[in-house]
Design a protein around this ligand. Structure first.
Ligand code: WT7
Length: 645
């Protein structure tokens, strides 16, 4: 095979041998989707098994969509039962623990474990429609718990395991869930993280919970509360091994996923069953080109949407072998990821740009220690990948010959919407290329008009797609305000800036709202600010995303202390710990500075744009609209002292 030495402005054409075998290699697919939108999606819905076929493909009353209306199905049936005939002994989950132990579940074993746990949940009183919170790290039980919920029609709400006790409580209280699934502990860099202790702390502030199921994983000591807490292994032991999947309506809720927005409170994104299963099943098949003998590894955590769509539902619905890894990428050493790739002959590898930039910084010697020749496709998600990192990833991990799929999507979109199809699309380093067939995307200006090619604007979606958010849980207004109010109800505001180049390729410019992406993790600046101002020493706070070479963005805080509070390094330290306690380690600030005053407009609005420029060490631009322009210089000086640019 010819190895290409790709450069920044080169195009990477899909290699001929890849094209030949690709699940989707017909370039006319875009045209066909264009010509018959509903017919296109209707055909794709046949990739999912239904108990009852739908009556209508789509009911679109902007901004409300219903897909495959009248159709009935079960997500866990699609991920498990339907594979049993052909794949009962095929490995579904290939799990590696941080300590190197491996657990596998064949499709039959995963079905049995899911059915047993589904029955156990029923035994605890869980009924169709009840929301079950799941607070588990990267262990097989996380997948089993999700599928068990789906099996009995109880929507799950997975909370990322590294979120703090307070963040957990908030995400339990919003839907008032009565059931929680957690574990004793898990391994991180050789230590046992006491997860149950943190769970208990959160539960002190979450009164709706009636039953807690605890997975015994790390074996650390835990306190079990009588009448509330039960061990997973105890309740499954006596549970029946067969559980008929609940027949769900296409529009029944499959899960809730909390994500950060532009207010202080995370929002519960509602996903339903039919459209979500169609969207994730088909994108997993076409974008990752999943084949029977692939070993597929998505390094995301199940606690995020990427884990839901592309560790659990999409790949398992395709009958794939999915690798899961419990630990950190640099423990015990910086070749851990590549050791796993070699050990398990991984063929498809999907990760985040932050990770790629970190690998690049660590150096090519680490992947160089291992045989990565089994890899045939690589992917990227979560934030923009800069051309330099793209090229390194393509060359060093993809050996210069693998298609690299940079997939743009969101918690709200459920499935990848802007993405190459690896057997069709020529790639440009740093571009998410074009919309998935049947997806209508445009770059708009403030007024909702399309901007000319080459110019930046707001990334918008102009037509519904099957796996789209249906509403914000118990907050219809927020659904309307956040996504559908800028230009009227037919155009979805993504929150990202983008540009289309002369070839029509899309380039994502990053968030244009108060959401920041720290190492690919989504955080709301308002969420961080409300955490800060809840501290007794803080009068006012403004948080911005400061550009960072590896993490994309890091958290930078401007804090006005209350009268009498002492502006000390100790207070900074305390505030940093406080944010971590309120949200989790992903929210640890990179820098905090004290500001007697924040730059404000005459109407009193804090100018975050200026604060971001100051944090980035850039020109602040026009400050004539400020009521207190003199603070800019003061803050610039302070920031210079805090961070060496
Ligand atoms: C935001 C959504 C998509 C699942 C993981 C993140 C950013 C996502 C890309 C990409 C540039 C990207 C956007 C988006 N984003 N993928 N390929 N290129 N930016 O889901 O936590 O809901 O975050 O992530 O800013 O709006 P999320």
């Amino acid at each position: 095979m010819v190895k290409m030495n790709l450069k920044e402005h080169d195009m990477f054409e899909p290699p001929e041998d890849f094209v030949k075998q690709a699940n989707m290699n017909d370039p006319d697919i875009y045209q066909r989707a264009e010509e018959d939108f509903e017919g296109f999606w209707e055909k794709l819905a046949e990739n999912v098994d239904w108990y009852n076929r739908w009556d209508n493909v789509l009911e679109w009353n902007p901004p409300y969509s219903k897909w495959f209306v009248g159709g009935r199905l079960n997500a866990s049936y699609n991920c498990l039962d339907r594979h049993i005939e052909k794949r009962s002994d095929k490995i579904a989950i290939l799990w590696e623990g941080e300590t190197g132990d491996v657990q596998t579940y064949t499709y039959l074993e995963l079905l049995d474990a899911t059915s047993r746990f589904a029955n156990a949940l029923k035994g605890l009183g869980v009924k169709k429609g009840d929301i079950v919170s799941i607070y588990l790290p990267m262990i097989p039980e996380a997948v089993i718990a999700m599928l068990a919920c789906a099996r009995i029609g109880a929507p799950h709400s997975v909370v990322f395991s590294a979120f703090s006790a307070d963040a957990l409580a908030q995400r339990i209280n919003d839907p008032a869930s009565k059931y929680l699934i957690t574990c004793d502990g898990y391994y991180r860099r050789g230590n046992v993280i006491e997860h149950k202790g943190k769970t208990d702390e959160g539960l002190d502030k979450a009164e709706s919970i009636e039953k807690v199921v605890v997975v015994k994983h790390a074996g650390n000591d835990v306190t079990m509360q009588d009448g509330r807490d039960v061990w997973w292994h105890d309740i499954v032991e006596s549970a029946n091994i067969s559980c008929e999947p609940e027949v769900m309506d296409s529009e029944d809720m499959l899960f809730l996923m909390y994500t950060s927005g532009t207010t202080g409170k995370p929002k519960g994104v509602v996903h339903t069953t039919g459209g979500y299963m169609v969207g994730t099943t088909v994108t997993a098949n076409w974008v990752f080109d999943l084949k029977e003998d692939d070993i597929y590894w998505c390094t995301a955590d199940v606690g995020w949407i990427t884990g839901h769509s592309y560790i659990v539902y999409g790949p398992l619905s395709n009958g794939a072998t999915v690798l899961m890894y419990e630990g950190a990428p640099d423990y015990p050493d910086k070749d851990k990821i590549w050791e796993i790739v070699e050990k398990h002959s991984v063929t498809i590898f999907y990760t985040a740009p932050t990770a790629v930039r970190m690998f690049m910084k660590w150096g090519s010697q680490w992947p160089g220690m291992h045989d990565l020749s089994t890899i045939r496709l690589i992917g990227s998600v979560g934030e923009p990948i800069n051309p330099k990192a793209w090229l390194w990833y393509h060359e060093t991990i993809g050996n210069g010959r693998c298609p690299l799929v940079d997939t743009w999507w969101q918690t709200e979109t459920g499935m990848a919407l802007l993405t190459p199809l690896p057997g069709i699309t020529s790639l440009k380093p740093g571009s998410v290329t074009r919309p998935f067939p049947g997806v209508k995307v445009a770059v708009l200006d403030n007024a909702g008009n399309e901007v000319p090619r080459g110019e930046g604007g707001f990334l918008a979606l102009l037509a519904p797609w099957p796996s789209m958010i249906r509403t914000v849980y118990k907050n219809e207004q927020r659904y309307l305000d956040t996504y559908w109010s800028k230009w009227g109800t037919g155009k979805y505001l993504s929150g990202d800036g983008a540009r289309q180049d002369e070839d029509g390729y899309f380039w994502i410019l990053g968030r244009v709202d108060d959401v920041i992406k720290v190492a690919g993790h989504r955080l709301g600046t308002m969420e961080l600010e409300s955490a800060l101002v809840s501290h007794p020493s803080v009068a006012e706070a403004a948080v911005v995303g400061m550009s960072d070479e590896i993490k994309g963005e890091v958290i930078f805080c401007y804090v006005t202390p209350k009268l009498g509070a002492i502006e000390s390094e100790e207070l900074k330290d305390e505030l940093s710990k406080y944010i971590v306690k309120m949200i989790g380690p992903i929210a640890r600030p990179e820098g905090i500075i004290f500001a007697d005053e924040l730059p404000k407009t005459r109407s009193g609005k804090i100018m975050r744009r200026i604060l971001k420029a100051i944090a980035d060490g850039k020109e602040v631009g026009d400050i004539t609209t400020l009521q207190n322009p003199e603070v800019v210089e003061i803050l610039e000086k302070k920031v210079k002292e805090e961070v060496a640019h």
